[in-house]
Design a protein around this ligand. Structure first.
Ligand SMILES: [Zn+2]
Length: 393
């Protein structure tokens, strides 16, 4: 993860949306004359950032909860006041598909402006079959309406909906027997995720959900060991999850099993920051154990973060990852975490031309300088979609 393969005085040739040559500027210019040249002198060029974990589709906002959190109100207390995830579920159910598309389009533009070119996008604020399908259809349609690529994940097991509050196992049965097969059949999702947590979907229920997803052809992902050491990392290894996400309380044995099973650890440093918890995933131990680490923003109404450069900075300051490790985690490893590494995540021959030009002279500025948007240009599928820090129209 430390080796970025940096090329000084480098150039990239792009044709028909793909990278066709990478090398020294002089050589590339000699071989590819008569084309449009983009000058990135004194700047760095990186692969487009890949955000491996977002709760992208939601309506409404929860800004009033910030004061409650500051005053020490816990997750449960906010929920009891009618806030938290259930408030977002009400707002998302009330929004039409067209309204959601408009809301999410603005969100996609913000992500692009800050350098993300591909994101994983979860449903999970509908929690009825109809509203989950509506959310996944928003993701599908946005893929045609914005340059941002979105990879869809079904997260019907995000929370227990109010209608099922005392009947969790009935809800799990409904998910496994009806919703997952229908969603897989309509090809609206590639992954099936579960919020595996104490008092929500515990290990048995999570296993049922992920195994049902696998039978239907959905690849497993899991919110694991975020607030309590429940054994989510071990379950991720057992079911062969593509990634296990959060992992603040993952056990050493669980991490070793993840390594053997090839499960990627997707870490979300903004999650504990916005939950005001002083507990971060042990990235150093994971890297030492040989577990591949990816990064995600956890973009959601309780963690509204649309700048992936800040995710990289938080990985440095809070997870003690080096800038090089954090960049690897935000590009090629994140691409692996959403099964897209064959086409994105690095500047390599034959891959999609998804590139970011940053107003920085050294890659370490990612991490070091934070809070400012350093993106000068974004190229998506070979097209300039951000120029001089602004969306091209
Ligand atoms: Zn999440």
């Amino acid at each position: 993860m430390e080796d970025l393969g940096i090329l000084e005085d480098g150039a990239v040739a792009v044709d028909d949306g793909k990278i066709v040559a990478v090398g020294k500027t002089g050589e590339i210019l000699a071989e590819h004359s008569g084309t449009v040249n983009v000058d990135a002198s004194n700047r760095i060029v990186t692969p487009g950032f890949v955000d491996a974990h977002t709760h992208f589709v939601f309506a409404g906002s929860r800004e009033t909860e910030l004061e409650l959190k500051i005053k020490g109100a816990g997750y449960l207390e906010i929920l009891q006041r009618g806030g938290g995830i259930l408030r977002t579920v009400r707002d998302t159910r009330a929004a039409s598909k067209d309204q959601l598309i408009q809301i999410c389009k603005g969100r996609a533009e913000n992500l692009l402006l800050h350098g993300a070119t591909t994101i994983e996008a979860k449903s999970g604020y509908g929690l009825t079959l109809e509203d989950e399908i509506k959310s996944l259809e928003v993701i599908r349609q946005l893929n045609n309406q914005t340059p941002l690529s979105l990879v869809p994940t079904f997260l019907g097991a995000h929370a227990v909906p109010p209608e099922y509050q005392t009947k969790i196992s009935d809800y799990v049965t409904q998910l496994c027997e009806n919703w997952i097969p229908q969603i897989a059949e309509s090809k609206l999702a590639e992954f099936c995720d579960v919020f595996c947590e104490k008092g929500v979907f515990e290990i048995e229920d999570s296993r049922r959900i992920l195994e049902s997803g696998k039978r239907a052809g959905l690849l497993p992902k899991i919110h694991a060991d975020e607030l309590y050491p429940l054994g989510g990392a071990e379950l991720a290894a057992e079911v062969g999850a593509v990634s296990a996400d959060h992992l603040m309380y993952a056990s050493t044995a669980g991490l070793q099993q993840m390594k053997r099973a090839g499960v990627i650890a997707t870490l979300l440093p903004a999650a504990p920051l916005t939950l005001m918890l002083d507990k971060y995933a042990d990235a150093r131990k994971m890297i030492a154990e040989g577990v591949p680490v990816a990064l995600g923003s956890d973009l959601s109404p309780s963690c509204w973060l649309e700048n992936h450069q800040l995710v990289i900075a938080l990985a440095c300051y809070k997870l003690r990852m080096t800038p090089a490790e954090a960049i690897t985690a935000a590009t090629i490893n994140a691409a692996h975490a959403i099964r897209r590494a064959h086409e994105i995540g690095s500047i390599e021959l034959g891959k999609k031309a998804d590139l970011v030009v940053l107003d920085a002279t050294d890659f370490r500025f990612l991490g070091y300088r934070f809070g400012t948007n350093m993106v000068d240009m974004v190229v998506k599928n070979g097209k300039m979609v951000v120029e001089n820090g602004r969306l091209t129209k």
